[in-house]
Design a protein around this ligand. Structure first.
Ligand code: NAD
Ligand code: MG
Length: 416
């Protein structure tokens, strides 16, 4: 049974009514300086009567976090090192801003579970976002999940934390938000009514490029997505289709569906964000311009709907909507998701760790684009039979650490 909300009444966060009539939703934005983080603040800025920013966090971009703190005056800001925190503290003090600057992974978890936080936007990239997601889940928060890697690594442990904590999990990934919007309101009726779901994928920048030339793809080419403006890591994932692989795993846990009921179709225009195929052959789809502000606004306001700031879809200007099967020779990474889901628990954490390391090495110019798949497939193959049971978050973090070490070794071999 899915712990996602089965009825609006199960949403525990205060819902905002007319200005001044009810409390504002108090929000922590983890990864506020990133693409999703910035889009979240953009939506929030349109609704000052509904939302209050309690916490903002960043990894490297202290200057951007400073500007955000000056604008939003959060109670707390979090950075990974004392050095960066000291820079931010000094700049805030010079401006007379009282935001408390905290440091490190524990501070992220403390913020995610803080009593004065109703909702957590999880917009950190990578498995680094898992501990604060778990903290938010255990603390029963309304958890807006963009950070797909956290669920790919956390898997059933993550979903159990959501159940145990009484949290409300709302998908922000556009495909999963689309499915969520198409599902019947009584979430318990999903399994009986749905035949399968179809995640759409744009195919990224190399859908038509000759695969024989993939070895020479540069990082700049790989991050130039045709439809979406996103962070670097997810842009490379879109080019390899590892993003869709991670999304298949994400959907498996979010919607409690077996992998064979999760399919992927290429849809280069990114207008249909995903579809639900019902038992009676009826298909429900969610459409819109490719703008993350739409699923973000939906997550922020569920079960209501608020202005997102995204452009409306103009059907009369739409080019044809087209669909293709993903070519496994061009996008071998997609199959890795199904293989990992069929392998022992923890395999998806291994796949994610390998991919994070491989993408970082590719972006740093150390390995070729085609090596990303070599690292991912090779690391999973070498690891799967050695996996012990993962019953605790620490077990998963240990798998993540060991898989990264194995992937780095493979990267060294390929880079030399
Ligand atoms: P991004 O790189 O633009 O931003 C990442 C954010 O996380 C930044 O604020 C950064 O400071 C922070 N961060 C990075 N490493 C960190 C670490 N080790 N510890 C703490 N914070 C860290 O990424 P993005 O494109 O905004 O994506 C964020 C998440 O949302 C990813 O999981 C991505 O898959 C998912 N997502 C993004 C989009 C999109 O359109 N960008 C769409 C769907 C899902
Ligand atoms: Mg997506």
């Amino acid at each position: 049974m899915s712990p996602m909300p089965s009825h609006p009444a199960s949403v525990s966060a205060p819902s905002a009514g007319p200005a001044g009539a009810s409390p504002r939703q108090r929000l922590a934005v983890l990864g506020s300086t990133g693409s999703v983080g910035a889009s979240t603040l953009d939506v929030v800025a349109r609704h000052p009567e509904r939302f209050e920013i309690v916490g903002l966090t960043a990894h490297a971009r202290v200057d951007v976090l400073l500007q955000q703190c000056l604008r939003w005056r959060p109670r707390v800001a979090v950075l990974p090192t004392e050095e960066r925190a000291a820079t931010l503290r000094a700049a805030l003090a010079a401006q007379g801003v009282a935001t408390e600057v905290q440091v490190g992974a524990q501070a992220l978890c403390d913020l995610a579970a803080a009593p004065d936080v109703d909702s957590v936007m999880a917009a950190i990239v990578g498995a680094a976002g898992l501990p604060p997601c778990m903290a938010a889940a255990y603390a029963g928060k309304r958890l807006l999940l963009a950070n797909k890697e956290a669920l790919v690594v956390g898997a059933d442990l993550f979903m159990q934390a959501v159940r145990d904590g009484g949290a409300t999990l709302l998908p922000i990934d556009s495909e999963h938000s689309a499915i969520f919007q198409c599902l019947p309101e009584d979430r318990r009726a999903w399994a009986a009514r749905i035949d399968h779901i179809i995640l759409t994928a744009s195919g990224g920048p190399f859908r038509q490029r000759d695969p024989a030339s993939f070895d020479s793809i540069t990082p700049a080419q790989a991050v130039a997505h045709p439809n979406w403006v996103m962070g670097q890591k997810i842009s490379v994932d879109s080019a390899t289709m590892m993003n869709k692989a991670l999304e298949v795993i994400e959907a498996r846990w979010l919607f409690d569906l077996p992998p064979e009921r999760i399919r992927v179709v290429l849809h280069p225009q990114s207008i249909i964000h995903s579809m639900v195929v019902c038992r009676d052959a009826s298909v429900l789809a969610q459409l819109g311009t490719p703008d993350m502000k739409v699923p973000i606004a939906y997550g922020l306001s569920f079960p209501e709907r608020i202005e997102s700031g995204a452009d409306r879809l103009d059907f009369l200007k739409l080019q044809a909507l087209s669909f293709e099967a993903p070519d496994p020779a061009r996008f071998p990474g997609l199959q890795l998701a199904y293989d990992a889901l069929a392998a022992p628990a923890g395999s998806t954490a291994v796949l994610n760790a390998a991919n994070e390391e491989a993408v970082a090495a590719f972006l740093a110019g150390r390995i070729r684009f085609t090596d990303i798949h070599r690292v991912n497939a090779g690391t999973v193959d070498a690891f799967v039979l050695r996996l012990g049971p993962a019953r605790l978050l620490d077990d998963l973090l240990d798998i993540d650490r060991r898989a990264r070490a194995a992937a780095r070794q493979r990267i060294e071999e390929l880079a030399s």
